[in-house]
Design a protein around this ligand. Sequence first.
Ligand code: ZN
Ligand code: ZN
Ligand code: ZN
Ligand code: ZN
Length: 236
Amino acid sequence: MRLPTLLALLPALAVAAADLPAGFFPPPPDAPAQGEGRCLTCEGRGTVESAFSDTSIGEFGDTVRPPCPTCKGRGRCIRPLTVAERERLQRQTLNAYEREQRAARRTPIGAGFMDLDAAKALTPEAHAALAARFPKRCKTCLGLGQDACRKCKGRGKVERRERVEGEDGETRTKTIDVPCAECGASGAVPCRRCDGFGLAKVCTRCDGLGTTEVEAKRDTPAHTELCRSCKGDGRR
Ligand SMILES: [Zn+2]
Ligand SMILES: [Zn+2]
Ligand SMILES: [Zn+2]
Ligand SMILES: [Zn+2]
């Protein structure tokens, strides 16, 4: 990143941090959509098998294995991560974050955690507002909103058997890869639990507010309290 761009961002970052209540530890961001992974063109081998011979590389009739054009022979490259890879990354990050928060004996609020004393000092409204700002993630997709396509198992392509006629006039069947129509070749479909939004289900007891109104009784006036079903998260 160029320096002027970074400097322009700094005030915004400072405001975002100052804006959070003391003792609150926001959840980590979602795993990136791109990253380094095994090259999918050569399956990590670094070479591709050439169907025809090139006499400038080897003897006529040899099978040549030039470096893979996608990864330049490295076997790994920067590319969009598959659903499974992204999910693994997300799980690692969230597990590490949660372990750290639990070890510090903090309590969950939405997708974040807070020091116990600071959490106890929040009004029910402030607690619910914080949970709404960092909403609880969907348990199935861990907040990514996507699921691996079942038809192609996340590969984005499916095998199709085609009949081809050879030079000798014989018909043979050949297996070729074609883009998966189910997922538009992306390998991903929206998560069915959260319809792709990546969020936990809205609590039906409080309609997602996180708080409920308690009517006045003989010795207690009417007041607002944290919803007992979702513990103030508005989602569960
Ligand atoms: Zn490659
Ligand atoms: Zn989901
Ligand atoms: Zn598919
Ligand atoms: Zn609720």
